[in-house]
Ligand binder design. Structure first.
Ligand SMILES: *Cc1c(COP(=O)(O)O)cnc(C)c1O
Length: 358
């Protein structure tokens, strides 16, 4: 840290992203990307001519993309906010809706690591609520806290989902606070809260193109909520970086939404591969949490979480290991192609066999 860094950030602990190594080619099962390429329309949309237009600024209103998203999900453009990845939307939401002097925020103790980072960044008082013994979220813990509520549904890294009815109970029990539901993984088997947006003005549903839409590298997320919430987010965006989605990403996102069926078919394949991997790891003695996401969270009583992570990495397979005490025996494994799931299973089997021979 330089001597110029603002005092209030001196003790800030930044988010640690999953590894994106460039040294060799891994089977990459560590950051929940899609194993499938973007749809044909996306590839066509990024033409040479469009690249030449990069000399011009992008549309700060994101009109075509917001209209396409609104149409796909049955809303108006005024209900839709788009930004440079859903992390950006979470960032803006902490700025806008978690004012430390007004209320503070509540989120699960085991969840997406960025929630804590944003709370620290803005000096927001954060109440971290323990999960139940089985890693599920107890909804009564999120009712009547007098705080903004942030929940990933399905949750990460557990993959466990709340039903729409459970989300509605939380939203209804917090009428004077924003309830932000982060639906990064909802397309892989969760129940979306989107239809509740029409009934509740305090619900903000946040989605991303990074997982189910195969566009992690394009950086694009969207939120759907009451027009007043969307206007608040727009105000923050226009106060920081109005052109924060580049021209190519706007084109890619619009084309992707127009080929929604392609992506939902890919999600169906991921769900199939998830069932295969869950069964094969359980057959090897693993405990695997019931996942509604494009990853599973699993532990073995024959090998520690970190040991398995390192053994897999040495054999060219990356998974995500977290060092937090309560989950350090687990690994989060992204669901890839069937071939990748077979290679992973065989490699785990070999690692366990080698270990028992020693
Ligand atoms: C991946 C992820 C995000 C971030 O997505 P981006 O749109 O790539 O920024 C947000 N929330 C959760 C829970 C995620 O897992």
């Amino acid at each position: 840290m330089s001597r110029f860094m603002a005092e209030r950030y001196a003790h800030l602990e930044a988010y640690t992203p999953g590894e994106q190594p460039t040294d060799m080619k891994y089977i990459k099962l560590n950051t929940n990307e899609s194993p499938f390429p973007p749809s044909p329309g996306v590839l066509r949309a990024i033409s040479q001519e469009r690249v030449r237009e990069l000399r011009l600024y992008s549309d700060p209103d994101c009109n075509l993309l917001r209209r396409a998203i609104a149409k796909q999900f049955g809303f108006e453009k005024q209900n839709v906010f788009v930004s440079n990845g859903s992390d950006d939307i979470l960032n803006f939401s902490f700025m806008a809706f978690c004012d430390g002097t007004k209320c503070g925020v509540a989120f699960p103790e085991i969840s997406y690591g960025f929630y804590q980072v944003y709370a620290d960044l803005y000096g927001v008082d954060a109440k971290k609520i323990a999960l139940a013994e089985d890693f599920s979220i107890r909804i009564s813990d999120y009712c009547y806290n007098d705080r903004t509520v942030v929940i990933a549904n399905p949750n990460a890294p557990t993959g466990i989902a709340l039903t729409r009815e459970e989300v509605e109970q939380i939203v209804a029990a917090n009428p004077d606070h924003v309830v932000l539901i982060d639906e990064a993984y909802v397309d892989f088997g969760g129940e979306s809260a989107l239809e509740l947006v029409k009934k509740y003005d305090n619900l903000l549903v946040v989605r991303t193109f990074s997982k189910s839409y195969s566009l992690a590298g394009a950086r694009l997320g969207f939120a759907i909520g009451h027009p007043a919430l969307i206007a608040d987010l727009e105000k923050i965006k226009y106060s920081t970086n109005p052109y924060n989605i580049n021209r190519l990403t706007l084109l890619a996102g619009t084309a992707a939404i127009e080929e929604n069926d392609y992506y939902m078919e890919n999600c169906r394949r991921i769900i199939e591969n998830r069932a295969y991997l869950t069964d094969s790891l359980r057959a090897l003695g693993f405990e695997v949490l019931p996942s509604c996401a494009n990853f599973i969270f699993a532990k073995s009583d024959q090998i520690g979480g970190e040991e398995l992570y390192l053994a897999l990495k040495a054999r060219g397979i990356l998974v995500r290991h977290f060092t937090k005490e309560k989950i350090k025996n687990y690994n989060r494994i992204t669901i890839g192609t069937m071939e990748e799931m077979q290679i992973l299973t065989n490699t785990v089997r070999a690692i366990l066999a080698e270990k028992s021979e020693r």
